[in-house]
Write a protein that binds this ligand. Structure first.
Ligand code: ADP
Length: 328
């Protein structure tokens, strides 16, 4: 193997640049050339391919976003486009590819492998919902961003005797909501994995306020309910002063935490090892119990991190008000 390619795809996440740096530094260490493919699969189809130099790995480890840029590319789902992309990679003498992205990007990587390309995938998403790993690059940073925001919202909620509904990202999973809710001591955590009743939530909130609680934090995963609509409904339904905040894209940006910068670096370097030292051709490079693991695409689903119900129940106990509104 002489030349590897690297691209970032799908939603950006803090730590992607640390992963790119890990790929570059490890590849140069092994005497390889590296081509950066800008804007994910879209850039690949447009041959937006640039030779990477060692200096390009400098000064990026702490930066959010991705220096390679990212994009969504619907046409890449078509087989003829995947074939075209594989031909482009061969034309540029790229013998192995590192894809850094989420679930969708992983499907794109699998498609390229079916076209005869060696391609390993690093889990890069804040949602922590990917197969083949316990943790994704960006998750810890997003949880910490939510935490900082909720601490500020709590100040206002407690000063005004309000309940605050805070909507957080996570797509179809409640990992961010659970981790952030636990860390900030949220009274209520709404996640898609545990059905809840708006009515029971309203009753519980009212009872808690009557019992002397002056403020409450309701962390609402985007997959569980629309935070704004829920807040409006609670305003109508109760006498409680409710405020709503959708944290939105602030969760995707910013400097990675130490944990994500380390994870990015370790997995970036491991991706190069996977292609060169181990000769892997179609693997997710992830972590299991803090150790790097390489899982073939067809087996990765077995290693998808599942929602931790025991942790949720613990959060419910610590949040004190929680178990009164679940509809289970
Ligand atoms: P993420 O990687 O963050 O989950 P997306 O779901 O938008 O983000 O996927 C990123 C890109 O991966 C898509 O724009 C598309 O180019 C590619 N992709 C997604 N699903 C598939 C698929 N089923 N087959 C091939 N490529 C796909």
């Amino acid at each position: 193997m002489k030349t590897i390619g690297v691209l970032t795809s799908g939603g950006d996440s803090p730590g992607m640049n640390a992963a790119v740096r890990g790929v570059l530094r490890a590849a140069f260490h092994h005497g390889l050339s590296v081509c950066g493919i800008r804007q994910g699969y879209k850039g690949l189809l447009h041959e937006d391919i640039v030779p990477m130099k060692p200096y390009m790995a400098g000064g990026i480890v702490h930066r959010g976003g991705t220096i390679l840029k990212t994009a969504r590319c619907l046409e890449f789902k078509e087989e003829n486009m995947q074939k075209k992309a594989a031909d482009i990679l061969r034309k540029h003498h790229i013998d192995g590819l590192v894809v850094i992205g989420g679930d969708g990007s992983l499907k794109g990587a699998e498609a390229l492998y079916r076209q005869g390309i060696s391609v390993v995938t690093l889990p890069g998403t804040i949602d922590n919902d990917m197969p083949g790993t316990d943790e994704t690059i960006g998750f810890d940073s997003a949880v910490n961003t939510v935490l900082q925001a909720v601490h500020k919202i709590r100040d206002t909620a407690s000063s005004h005797d309000r309940a605050a509904v805070v909507e957080v990202m996570g797509r179809h999973a409640g990992h961010i909501a659970l981790a952030a809710g636990l860390a900030c001591g949220a009274e209520y955590i709404l996640v898609p994995e545990v059905p809840f009743s708006r009515e029971k939530l309203a009753v519980s909130l009212e009872e808690q306020m009557k019992a002397g609680r002056t403020n409450s934090i309701v962390i609402c995963a985007e997959g569980a309910d629309d935070g704004r609509a829920l807040g409006m409904w609670l305003k109508e339904r109760t006498d409680i002063d409710i405020c709503m905040t959708n944290l939105g894209y602030v969760q995707r940006g910013g400097e990675p935490t130490a944990r994500d910068a380390i994870l990015g670096g370790v997995l970036g370097a491991s991706a190069v090892e996977a292609l060169t030292v181990h000769g892997f051709t179609h693997h997710v490079v992830g972590v299991e119990r803090s150790r790097v693991i390489y899982t073939p695409y067809e087996q990765a689903e077995e290693k998808r991190r599942t929602f931790s119900r025991p942790l949720y129940d613990l959060a419910a106990m610590l949040g004190a008000a929680q178990d009164e509104f679940s509809i289970e």
